[in-house]
Design a protein around this ligand. Structure first.
Ligand code: M6R
Length: 364
Protein backbone atom coordinates (compact mmCIF):
# COMPACT_ATOMS: atom_id res chain seq x y z
CA UNK A 1 0.00 0.00 0.00
CA UNK A 2 0.87 3.67 0.04
CA UNK A 3 1.72 3.65 3.70
CA UNK A 4 -0.59 6.58 4.44
CA UNK A 5 0.68 8.76 1.60
CA UNK A 6 -1.78 9.99 -1.03
CA UNK A 7 0.46 8.82 -3.86
CA UNK A 8 3.15 6.22 -4.42
CA UNK A 9 5.40 8.94 -5.80
CA UNK A 10 5.47 10.71 -2.43
CA UNK A 11 5.96 7.42 -0.58
CA UNK A 12 8.84 6.50 -2.87
CA UNK A 13 10.46 9.93 -2.55
CA UNK A 14 10.27 9.57 1.23
CA UNK A 15 11.75 6.07 1.12
CA UNK A 16 15.01 7.22 -0.45
CA UNK A 17 17.20 7.40 2.67
CA UNK A 18 16.36 3.78 3.41
CA UNK A 19 16.64 2.74 -0.24
CA UNK A 20 20.13 4.22 -0.51
CA UNK A 21 21.08 2.44 2.70
CA UNK A 22 19.95 -0.85 1.16
CA UNK A 23 21.89 -0.13 -2.02
CA UNK A 24 25.21 0.50 -0.34
CA UNK A 25 25.25 -1.39 2.96
CA UNK A 26 26.38 -4.80 1.75
CA UNK A 27 28.79 -3.30 -0.73
CA UNK A 28 31.08 -1.57 1.71
CA UNK A 29 33.56 -3.82 3.48
CA UNK A 30 36.19 -2.33 5.77
CA UNK A 31 35.30 1.10 4.45
CA UNK A 32 36.05 0.01 0.88
CA UNK A 33 33.60 -0.53 -2.00
CA UNK A 34 33.24 -4.26 -2.55
CA UNK A 35 31.37 -6.17 -5.26
CA UNK A 36 32.55 -9.65 -4.26
CA UNK A 37 29.06 -10.71 -3.20
CA UNK A 38 27.72 -9.47 -6.56
CA UNK A 39 30.30 -11.55 -8.42
CA UNK A 40 31.69 -8.52 -10.24
CA UNK A 41 35.46 -8.95 -10.69
CA UNK A 42 37.95 -6.09 -10.69
CA UNK A 43 39.23 -7.19 -14.09
CA UNK A 44 36.01 -5.76 -15.52
CA UNK A 45 37.21 -2.35 -14.36
CA UNK A 46 40.92 -2.71 -15.01
CA UNK A 47 40.79 -4.31 -18.47
CA UNK A 48 38.42 -1.87 -20.14
CA UNK A 49 39.69 1.14 -22.06
CA UNK A 50 36.46 3.04 -22.34
CA UNK A 51 32.93 3.01 -21.06
CA UNK A 52 29.61 3.31 -22.84
CA UNK A 53 26.43 3.76 -20.85
CA UNK A 54 23.13 2.81 -22.48
CA UNK A 55 19.75 3.61 -20.95
CA UNK A 56 16.52 5.55 -21.45
CA UNK A 57 14.78 8.40 -19.68
CA UNK A 58 15.62 8.76 -16.02
CA UNK A 59 18.10 5.88 -16.11
CA UNK A 60 19.97 7.69 -18.89
CA UNK A 61 20.07 10.79 -16.71
CA UNK A 62 21.75 8.76 -13.98
CA UNK A 63 24.26 7.80 -16.65
CA UNK A 64 24.96 11.46 -17.41
CA UNK A 65 25.94 12.07 -13.80
CA UNK A 66 28.19 9.01 -13.95
CA UNK A 67 29.77 10.35 -17.13
CA UNK A 68 30.80 13.56 -15.38
CA UNK A 69 32.27 11.60 -12.44
CA UNK A 70 34.15 9.18 -14.65
CA UNK A 71 35.71 12.01 -16.62
CA UNK A 72 36.74 14.09 -13.64
CA UNK A 73 37.88 11.24 -11.38
CA UNK A 74 38.98 8.44 -13.72
CA UNK A 75 39.96 10.57 -16.73
CA UNK A 76 38.56 7.88 -19.02
CA UNK A 77 36.70 8.06 -22.29
CA UNK A 78 33.04 7.58 -21.64
CA UNK A 79 29.88 8.24 -23.57
CA UNK A 80 26.23 8.03 -22.69
CA UNK A 81 23.91 6.81 -25.42
CA UNK A 82 20.16 6.85 -25.50
CA UNK A 83 19.42 3.16 -25.90
CA UNK A 84 16.90 3.91 -28.65
CA UNK A 85 19.60 5.62 -30.73
CA UNK A 86 22.46 3.32 -29.85
CA UNK A 87 22.49 0.72 -32.58
CA UNK A 88 21.57 3.15 -35.32
CA UNK A 89 24.49 5.41 -34.43
CA UNK A 90 27.31 3.07 -35.49
CA UNK A 91 28.64 2.99 -31.92
CA UNK A 92 32.40 2.62 -31.62
CA UNK A 93 32.60 -0.35 -29.26
CA UNK A 94 34.72 -3.48 -29.04
CA UNK A 95 36.17 -5.99 -26.54
CA UNK A 96 37.82 -3.11 -24.70
CA UNK A 97 34.49 -1.40 -24.06
CA UNK A 98 32.67 -1.74 -20.79
CA UNK A 99 28.99 -1.25 -21.56
CA UNK A 100 26.90 -0.29 -18.55
CA UNK A 101 23.15 -0.70 -19.04
CA UNK A 102 20.92 1.07 -16.55
CA UNK A 103 17.27 0.19 -16.07
CA UNK A 104 14.79 0.16 -13.22
CA UNK A 105 12.50 -2.45 -14.75
CA UNK A 106 15.13 -4.43 -16.58
CA UNK A 107 12.52 -4.85 -19.34
CA UNK A 108 12.88 -1.70 -21.46
CA UNK A 109 13.13 -3.07 -24.98
CA UNK A 110 15.45 -0.33 -26.31
CA UNK A 111 17.96 -1.00 -23.54
CA UNK A 112 17.65 -4.77 -23.91
CA UNK A 113 18.34 -4.54 -27.66
CA UNK A 114 21.32 -2.27 -27.01
CA UNK A 115 22.80 -4.85 -24.63
CA UNK A 116 22.36 -7.65 -27.19
CA UNK A 117 23.98 -5.53 -29.87
CA UNK A 118 26.93 -4.61 -27.64
CA UNK A 119 27.52 -8.20 -26.62
CA UNK A 120 27.58 -9.23 -30.26
CA UNK A 121 30.36 -6.73 -30.76
CA UNK A 122 32.36 -8.38 -27.98
CA UNK A 123 31.80 -5.74 -25.31
CA UNK A 124 31.44 -6.78 -21.67
CA UNK A 125 28.13 -5.75 -20.20
CA UNK A 126 27.39 -4.71 -16.64
CA UNK A 127 23.78 -3.92 -15.77
CA UNK A 128 22.43 -1.70 -13.00
CA UNK A 129 18.90 -2.98 -12.45
CA UNK A 130 16.17 -2.78 -9.85
CA UNK A 131 13.92 -5.73 -10.73
CA UNK A 132 15.55 -9.05 -9.91
CA UNK A 133 15.79 -11.63 -12.66
CA UNK A 134 14.51 -9.25 -15.36
CA UNK A 135 15.40 -9.64 -19.04
CA UNK A 136 18.28 -7.15 -19.09
CA UNK A 137 19.69 -8.68 -15.90
CA UNK A 138 19.65 -12.11 -17.56
CA UNK A 139 21.15 -10.86 -20.80
CA UNK A 140 24.06 -9.02 -19.16
CA UNK A 141 27.41 -10.49 -18.05
CA UNK A 142 27.20 -8.94 -14.59
CA UNK A 143 24.47 -7.26 -12.54
CA UNK A 144 24.49 -4.78 -9.69
CA UNK A 145 20.99 -4.57 -8.25
CA UNK A 146 19.88 -1.23 -6.86
CA UNK A 147 17.77 -2.86 -4.11
CA UNK A 148 15.38 0.11 -4.09
CA UNK A 149 12.34 -2.11 -3.52
CA UNK A 150 9.31 -2.03 -5.83
CA UNK A 151 8.79 1.30 -7.60
CA UNK A 152 5.12 1.71 -8.47
CA UNK A 153 4.77 5.37 -9.53
CA UNK A 154 5.38 5.82 -13.25
CA UNK A 155 7.71 8.72 -12.49
CA UNK A 156 10.95 7.22 -11.31
CA UNK A 157 12.46 8.59 -8.09
CA UNK A 158 14.13 6.12 -5.75
CA UNK A 159 15.28 4.01 -8.69
CA UNK A 160 17.23 7.02 -9.98
CA UNK A 161 18.96 7.94 -6.74
CA UNK A 162 19.87 4.32 -6.04
CA UNK A 163 21.29 4.07 -9.57
CA UNK A 164 23.42 7.08 -8.68
CA UNK A 165 24.54 5.38 -5.47
CA UNK A 166 25.65 2.32 -7.45
CA UNK A 167 27.56 4.57 -9.82
CA UNK A 168 29.39 6.26 -6.92
CA UNK A 169 30.43 2.80 -5.70
CA UNK A 170 31.55 1.78 -9.19
CA UNK A 171 33.60 4.95 -9.60
CA UNK A 172 35.24 4.41 -6.21
CA UNK A 173 36.00 0.74 -6.88
CA UNK A 174 37.25 1.52 -10.34
CA UNK A 175 39.42 4.40 -9.16
CA UNK A 176 40.97 2.13 -6.55
CA UNK A 177 41.51 -0.85 -8.84
CA UNK A 178 43.05 1.37 -11.55
CA UNK A 179 45.37 3.04 -9.07
CA UNK A 180 43.75 6.47 -9.31
CA UNK A 181 42.67 6.49 -5.64
CA UNK A 182 44.77 5.09 -2.81
CA UNK A 183 43.08 3.38 0.15
CA UNK A 184 42.59 6.61 2.08
CA UNK A 185 41.05 8.46 -0.87
CA UNK A 186 38.74 5.56 -1.61
CA UNK A 187 37.59 5.35 1.99
CA UNK A 188 36.97 9.04 2.24
CA UNK A 189 34.90 9.00 -0.98
CA UNK A 190 32.85 6.10 0.38
CA UNK A 191 32.37 7.85 3.73
CA UNK A 192 30.86 10.82 1.95
CA UNK A 193 28.49 8.50 0.08
CA UNK A 194 27.48 6.96 3.41
CA UNK A 195 26.28 10.39 4.58
CA UNK A 196 23.64 10.39 1.83
CA UNK A 197 20.70 8.96 3.83
CA UNK A 198 21.17 11.54 6.62
CA UNK A 199 21.53 14.40 4.15
CA UNK A 200 18.46 13.30 2.19
CA UNK A 201 16.48 13.19 5.42
CA UNK A 202 17.31 16.85 5.97
CA UNK A 203 15.80 17.73 2.58
CA UNK A 204 12.73 15.60 3.26
CA UNK A 205 12.18 17.20 6.66
CA UNK A 206 12.01 20.59 4.95
CA UNK A 207 9.67 19.46 2.18
CA UNK A 208 7.02 22.02 3.17
CA UNK A 209 9.45 24.75 2.06
CA UNK A 210 9.64 23.12 -1.35
CA UNK A 211 5.86 23.03 -1.43
CA UNK A 212 5.92 26.81 -0.97
CA UNK A 213 8.43 27.18 -3.79
CA UNK A 214 6.29 24.92 -5.99
CA UNK A 215 3.46 27.46 -5.85
CA UNK A 216 5.69 29.88 -7.77
CA UNK A 217 5.77 27.69 -10.85
CA UNK A 218 2.30 26.19 -10.60
CA UNK A 219 0.72 28.50 -13.15
CA UNK A 220 3.50 28.35 -15.72
CA UNK A 221 2.91 27.04 -19.22
CA UNK A 222 6.61 27.00 -20.03
CA UNK A 223 9.61 26.90 -17.76
CA UNK A 224 13.38 26.70 -18.02
CA UNK A 225 15.81 24.95 -15.74
CA UNK A 226 19.37 26.20 -15.95
CA UNK A 227 22.74 25.13 -14.60
CA UNK A 228 26.21 24.08 -15.68
CA UNK A 229 28.17 20.85 -15.33
CA UNK A 230 26.65 18.50 -12.79
CA UNK A 231 23.93 21.06 -12.15
CA UNK A 232 22.86 20.70 -15.77
CA UNK A 233 22.78 16.90 -15.46
CA UNK A 234 20.56 17.10 -12.38
CA UNK A 235 18.22 19.51 -14.10
CA UNK A 236 17.73 17.26 -17.11
CA UNK A 237 16.21 14.78 -14.68
CA UNK A 238 14.37 17.45 -12.67
CA UNK A 239 12.89 18.78 -15.88
CA UNK A 240 11.77 15.35 -17.11
CA UNK A 241 10.10 14.77 -13.75
CA UNK A 242 8.20 18.06 -13.95
CA UNK A 243 7.10 17.39 -17.56
CA UNK A 244 5.85 13.92 -16.74
CA UNK A 245 3.72 14.64 -13.72
CA UNK A 246 2.76 18.32 -14.00
CA UNK A 247 2.42 18.67 -17.80
CA UNK A 248 4.34 21.94 -17.72
CA UNK A 249 6.59 22.31 -20.73
CA UNK A 250 9.98 22.44 -19.07
CA UNK A 251 13.36 22.63 -20.74
CA UNK A 252 16.64 22.00 -19.03
CA UNK A 253 19.36 24.11 -20.61
CA UNK A 254 23.04 24.43 -19.96
CA UNK A 255 23.08 27.98 -18.65
CA UNK A 256 25.98 29.09 -20.82
CA UNK A 257 24.15 27.92 -23.94
CA UNK A 258 21.02 29.87 -23.10
CA UNK A 259 22.18 33.07 -24.73
CA UNK A 260 22.87 31.24 -27.98
CA UNK A 261 19.16 31.19 -28.71
CA UNK A 262 16.60 30.15 -26.14
CA UNK A 263 16.98 33.28 -24.02
CA UNK A 264 14.65 34.78 -26.66
CA UNK A 265 11.87 32.81 -24.96
CA UNK A 266 12.46 34.23 -21.49
CA UNK A 267 9.75 36.65 -20.36
CA UNK A 268 7.95 37.33 -17.13
CA UNK A 269 5.75 34.35 -17.96
CA UNK A 270 8.58 31.82 -18.03
CA UNK A 271 9.80 31.02 -14.54
CA UNK A 272 13.34 29.71 -14.27
CA UNK A 273 14.56 27.08 -11.85
CA UNK A 274 18.31 27.07 -11.25
CA UNK A 275 20.56 24.80 -9.25
CA UNK A 276 23.85 26.07 -7.87
CA UNK A 277 25.74 23.27 -6.20
CA UNK A 278 29.23 23.39 -7.69
CA UNK A 279 31.51 25.95 -6.13
CA UNK A 280 33.79 26.18 -9.14
CA UNK A 281 30.87 27.05 -11.42
CA UNK A 282 29.04 29.30 -9.04
CA UNK A 283 30.08 32.74 -10.26
CA UNK A 284 29.24 31.94 -13.88
CA UNK A 285 25.95 30.36 -12.89
CA UNK A 286 24.99 33.39 -10.86
CA UNK A 287 25.70 35.73 -13.74
CA UNK A 288 23.49 33.57 -16.01
CA UNK A 289 20.75 33.74 -13.37
CA UNK A 290 21.04 37.54 -13.38
CA UNK A 291 20.62 37.58 -17.16
CA UNK A 292 17.28 35.78 -16.99
CA UNK A 293 16.11 37.84 -14.06
CA UNK A 294 16.79 41.02 -15.97
CA UNK A 295 14.52 39.64 -18.75
CA UNK A 296 11.70 39.55 -16.20
CA UNK A 297 11.78 35.87 -15.22
CA UNK A 298 10.89 34.76 -11.70
CA UNK A 299 13.82 32.68 -10.56
CA UNK A 300 13.84 29.90 -7.99
CA UNK A 301 17.31 28.86 -6.90
CA UNK A 302 18.24 25.57 -5.28
CA UNK A 303 21.63 26.32 -3.80
CA UNK A 304 24.16 24.58 -1.61
CA UNK A 305 23.77 25.92 1.92
CA UNK A 306 27.38 26.94 2.50
CA UNK A 307 27.51 29.16 -0.59
CA UNK A 308 24.14 30.88 -0.35
CA UNK A 309 25.51 34.21 0.89
CA UNK A 310 22.82 36.89 0.73
CA UNK A 311 21.17 35.55 -2.40
CA UNK A 312 17.86 35.15 -0.55
CA UNK A 313 17.46 38.94 -0.78
CA UNK A 314 17.07 38.75 -4.54
CA UNK A 315 15.67 35.31 -5.30
CA UNK A 316 13.31 32.64 -4.08
CA UNK A 317 15.75 30.22 -2.43
CA UNK A 318 15.80 26.66 -1.20
CA UNK A 319 19.05 25.72 0.48
CA UNK A 320 20.43 22.23 -0.02
CA UNK A 321 22.33 20.59 2.84
CA UNK A 322 26.05 20.41 2.16
CA UNK A 323 27.91 17.47 0.75
CA UNK A 324 31.14 17.51 -1.23
CA UNK A 325 30.36 19.03 -4.62
CA UNK A 326 30.44 15.79 -6.59
CA UNK A 327 27.76 14.36 -4.26
CA UNK A 328 25.41 17.36 -4.31
CA UNK A 329 23.44 15.64 -7.06
CA UNK A 330 21.87 13.45 -4.37
CA UNK A 331 20.18 16.07 -2.16
CA UNK A 332 19.42 18.26 -5.19
CA UNK A 333 17.58 15.43 -6.96
CA UNK A 334 15.34 14.83 -3.98
CA UNK A 335 14.46 18.54 -3.89
CA UNK A 336 13.59 18.58 -7.61
CA UNK A 337 11.48 15.43 -7.29
CA UNK A 338 9.49 17.11 -4.52
CA UNK A 339 9.04 20.21 -6.67
CA UNK A 340 7.51 18.15 -9.48
CA UNK A 341 5.42 16.16 -7.03
CA UNK A 342 3.89 19.19 -5.33
CA UNK A 343 3.11 20.95 -8.60
CA UNK A 344 1.31 17.85 -9.84
CA UNK A 345 -0.63 17.14 -6.66
CA UNK A 346 -1.57 20.81 -6.21
CA UNK A 347 -2.96 20.78 -9.73
CA UNK A 348 -5.05 17.77 -8.78
CA UNK A 349 -3.47 15.36 -11.23
CA UNK A 350 -3.19 11.61 -10.84
CA UNK A 351 0.49 11.86 -9.90
CA UNK A 352 1.19 8.15 -10.11
CA UNK A 353 -0.33 7.62 -13.55
CA UNK A 354 0.54 10.49 -15.88
CA UNK A 355 -1.33 10.49 -19.17
CA UNK A 356 0.20 8.60 -22.11
CA UNK A 357 2.89 6.96 -19.97
CA UNK A 358 3.51 3.39 -18.89
CA UNK A 359 5.86 2.13 -16.20
CA UNK A 360 7.57 -0.26 -18.58
CA UNK A 361 8.16 0.57 -22.24
CA UNK A 362 8.25 -2.64 -24.26
CA UNK A 363 7.85 -1.20 -27.76
CA UNK A 364 10.73 0.32 -29.72
O1 M6R B 1 12.73 0.72 -16.48
P1 M6R B 1 13.74 1.67 -17.08
O2 M6R B 1 14.61 2.30 -16.07
O3 M6R B 1 14.55 1.03 -18.21
O4 M6R B 1 12.87 2.81 -17.76
C1 M6R B 1 13.47 3.82 -18.51
C2 M6R B 1 12.50 4.97 -18.75
O5 M6R B 1 11.40 4.52 -19.48
C3 M6R B 1 12.04 5.61 -17.45
O6 M6R B 1 13.09 6.06 -16.67
C4 M6R B 1 11.07 6.78 -17.74
O7 M6R B 1 11.79 7.84 -18.32
C5 M6R B 1 10.37 7.20 -16.44
N1 M6R B 1 8.98 7.46 -16.70
C6 M6R B 1 10.99 8.40 -15.80
O8 M6R B 1 10.29 8.89 -14.71
Amino acid sequence: GKNGYPFYMEKEIMEQPEAIENTIKNRIVGGMPDFTADGVPDTLFTECEHICIVACGTAMHAGLVAQALVKSILHMHIEVQMASEFMYSDPVIDEKTLVIAVSQSGETIDTLEAVKYAKNRGAKCLAIINVKGSSIARESDYVLYTNAGPEIAVASTKAYTTQLAVFYLIVARMAHSRGVFDDAQTQSFVRELQRTPEVMKKVLERRRDIHVVAKKVLGAKDLFMIGRGLDYSILLEGSLKLKEVSYIHSEAYASGELKHGPIALITQDTPVVATVTQEKLMSKELSNIKEVKSRGADVVVFIKESIVGDLAKEYEIFTLPDMQDEFMVLPASVALQLLAYYVSSDKGFDVDKPRNLAKVVTVE
